[in-house]
Design a protein around this ligand. Sequence first.
Ligand SMILES: *[C@@H]1O[C@H](CO)[C@@H](O)[C@H](O)[C@H]1NC(C)=O
Ligand SMILES: *[C@@H]1O[C@H](CO)[C@@H](O)[C@H](O)[C@H]1NC(C)=O
Ligand SMILES: *[C@@H]1O[C@H](CO)[C@@H](O)[C@H](O)[C@H]1NC(C)=O
Ligand SMILES: *[C@@H]1O[C@H](CO)[C@@H](O)[C@H](O)[C@H]1NC(C)=O
Length: 114
Amino acid sequence: MKYFLASAIVLLAATTQGSLVFMVSTEPGNKGIQKSWVTDRWVCHNLTEPGLDKNISWAYVSSGLANGCFLYEDAGCNGTNIYVEKYKGDLCCPGDVNMTDVGFDNRASSWACY
Ligand SMILES: *[C@@H]1O[C@H](CO)[C@@H](O)[C@H](O)[C@H]1NC(C)=O
Ligand SMILES: *[C@@H]1O[C@H](CO)[C@@H](O)[C@H](O)[C@H]1NC(C)=O
Ligand SMILES: *[C@@H]1O[C@H](CO)[C@@H](O)[C@H](O)[C@H]1NC(C)=O
Ligand SMILES: *[C@@H]1O[C@H](CO)[C@@H](O)[C@H](O)[C@H]1NC(C)=O
């Protein structure tokens, strides 16, 4: 169901703006506070939403016109970063990343997709 909804959103986004969907949550496995954005590429977003700054533990890049998204340790898309590759279908990989697995748990303050 999650993937169906995400696909529907992406289809809508792709046909209107050529953007993509980026999803995060504050606990591993898409638990805790959940947030998703329909976003354009090359735009830096600070995690100003309540409860999200330095609290992201999971991220997922749904299909769309980006290759993936970076999470950055500092605001303004500066500092140490990690890359979350776009979900490329069931044949490839789970797509979602637990920040606990990549040494980036509760560290992100901004993000951008490319
Ligand atoms: C992320 O963590 C959750 C909770 O521990 C787990 O259920 C899920 O399988 C993990 N996902 C990945 C991609 O490792
Ligand atoms: C981080 O997220 C948890 C839920 O996963 C929430 O209970 C907690 O208040 C958040 N922490 C901050 C500092 O926002
Ligand atoms: C993000 O935060 C940085 C540092 O405070 C600021 O310079 C930048 O303008 C902010 N970016 C956005 C899109 O608000
Ligand atoms: C981020 O780095 C850019 C140059 O790489 C700099 O112009 C900008 O002021 C920095 N922003 C912050 C919030 O440190």
